[in-house]
Structures are given as C-alpha cells and as structure tokens.
Design a binder for this molecule. Structure first.
Ligand code: GLV
Ligand code: GLV
Length: 329
C-alpha cells in the first residue's frame, strides 16, 4: 500500500534522475531496450499522475484522454515535437523538457560533424580499413578549409549560439544566422548578422541546423534549398530529421550540388533497413547521439526528475514548456 503518486517511466534513465523518481513516487520503469509500444503506454498511464517520456514516445490527445489523473509529462529531451502540447495544455497537463544542459554537448556534435564531413574523416577511415591506403597522396582526400570561412546558423537559440561561438572564437568564421528573433548577444559578441534564408544559403560555407521541428521547418531543406547553397558547402543537422527531405539531400550529395553533410538525426529513426543514407560517401550519419555524454545525460536526468516531482506537487516546473497549463485535473 503506497500513497505515493503513480508514475510510468518509458525507459531506464541515468540513476541521477531515476533515484529521485523511485524515492518519491510509486514508479514503474519500462525495462526494455526498445520503447514500449504506443498502446502499452496508453494502458500504463490509465491510473498514473506522472509520465516520463522519451523523444521516441508519441504523446497525443488520445493518450492523454486515456490518463484522466495525469498531471505532468516530463520529457527526457530538450525537443518536444513528440508531444501534442496544445492537447496537454487543454487538459491541464504540465509538460517539462531538459533545455540548457545539453547545449554544449549538442554544439560539440554539430562541430564534430562539420569538421569530420569537411575533412572527409569517415571516408578516410573506411579507405584505410578496406585496404586501399597504399601511399601518401598529394591529390587524395582533399577536403575543405575552415578558418575564416562563413557559417550559416538556422535557428539561433542556445545551441545555435554555442555552435556559432565555437566557429567564431575557434576558427575565426563569419557568422550569419536565420531566425525570427534577433540574437543580441550573438550580434554583439560574435559579430553575427541576421539575414534572410536565401542570403544565408548563398553565402555560407557551412550550414548548421538548430531550429525545432514545426510546420515552418518541416522539409525546409529540400533540393531547391540545397541548390541555393555553394557546391563547396557542408550541411549539418543536429536538430530533427524531418527538417530535411532525405532523398533530396542524397541526390544533392551524389550530384555535387553540395560537397558533404553530417546528420545526427534522420527521418525515420533509425533509418529503414538498407537505407541509401549509409551508401553516400560524403555523408556521415550519427545515431542521434548529440546529448550522449555522461555529464549531459546525468544533468538531463536530474532536470527530468525535478520537472516530474514539481508537476506531481502542482508546482512550477523548473523547465516548463507550457506554463499556461496551470490548472490540473
Ligand atoms: C534530443 O534530440 C533532444 O531533444 O534532447
Ligand atoms: C535549445 O536548447 C535551443 O534553444 O537551441
């Protein structure tokens, strides 16, 4: 018999968060390595007051309606496109995410993909491993220079700023950005310039995507977009897969419309078996690992737990996506 609130946690998360959750709630933790099926979550949340979800869990109106006691959904991610926020708000369900703590790790991964794609690192590794490395080649493996080039940031939020900062202060790049908002700090400290999308695409040597996935960014990068970029350009996406039309990216890479690309996110995730994404030499695909460092995942788990526990108590969430959802059922 427990008077602790019932909670469903859709996957094991680091102890730093899990311990807090297990101590304060009556939690069931899904033990699988793969996510619980949607219908399983619907069943599990029927009598729960709290839910810890991952970016792979779809949390929609039907699921929320199946959970009449639910007060809070704590998403173990900064992105929350997996959750129908309007539906949660309408039902008085608080939604939390994990901003801030994964900013540096994600910017590091964006830069890692940028330099690895520009310098053809994975191609070179495969070349050696497959026995093709016979001698030092004056004309082989030529990639792109970084210093003094122009970086275009799509979405100048926390992560976009952290990426711009690396490229400006470390590699002396000019920074252009496309965003609805002016980022005063980026303009003051990094001499970043806000420009329209076509200007950015035409001038940038490196284009890095840091926007969220929404109706205006879905499919934003398609063949027409890539054609506006320089043939020497390198494209990087660490945000969400559906921002890019993958078939168009593959065509752009195969036909020299752009030089190379690095992705940490795909659509779908994982790519379908035999996906052409893995057959393009000038494309590097990482398995959505930008936040995958020990320190970052611990910090995400801590915020995730604190969001959950605050929501269960009816308090303000430390990282609250929908503060307008103040009443709960
Ligand atoms: C990862 O993609 C996240 O949104 O945290
Ligand atoms: C996300 O954390 C962003 O603001 O870029």
């Amino acid at each position: 018999m427990s008077s602790k609130p019932k909670v469903f946690v859709t996957r094991r998360i680091p102890e730093k968060g899990l311990e807090q959750i297990l101590a304060a709630t009556d939690a069931e933790v899904w033990p699988g390595e793969l996510p619980p099926p949607y219908e399983t979550i619907v069943e599990k949340v029927a009598d729960c007051e709290g839910l810890v979800s991952l970016l792979t869990d779809r949390i929609d109106a039907r699921l929320l309606d199946a959970a009449p006691r639910l007060k809070v959904v704590s998403n173990y991610a900064v992105g929350f496109n997996n959750i129908d926020i309007a539906a949660a708000t309408a039902r008085g369900v608080r939604v939390g995410n994990t901003p801030g703590v994964l900013t540096d790790a994600t910017a590091d991964m964006a830069f890692c993909l940028l330099i690895a794609a520009a310098r053809r690192l994975v191609e070179g590794h495969d070349y050696g491993r497959s026995g093709k490395w016979k001698t030092w080649e004056p004309l082989g493996h030529l990639g792109a220079d970084l210093v003094g080039r122009t970086l275009g940031i799509i979405g100048m939020g926390r992560i976009g700023y952290a990426m711009a900062r690396r490229c400006r202060l470390g590699w002396d790049m000019q920074v252009l950005y496309h965003d609805v908002h002016v980022h005063a700090q980026a303009e003051a400290e990094l001499s970043a310039r806000k420009v329209d999308l076509d200007t950015l695409l035409g001038q940038a040597d490196f284009v890095s995507v840091h926007t969220d996935l929404n109706d205006s960014t879905r499919g934003l990068f398609n063949l027409a977009t890539f054609r506006k970029m320089k043939p020497t350009a390198v494209f990087v996406n660490t945000a969400r897969g559906p921002i890019v039309v993958e078939a168009d990216l593959i065509e752009a890479l195969r036909t020299g419309v752009i030089f190379a690309a690095g992705l940490d996110v795909t659509d779908p995730e994982p790519p379908v078996e035999g996906s052409p994404l893995y057959g393009v030499p000038n494309l590097i695909v990482a398995p959505h690992i930008a936040s995958a460092t020990v320190g970052t995942r611990n910090a995400m788990a801590d915020i995730c737990a604190r969001n959950l526990l605050a929501g269960l108590r009816g308090e303000a969430l430390p990282a609250w996506v929908n503060p307008e959802a103040t009443t709960h059922r």
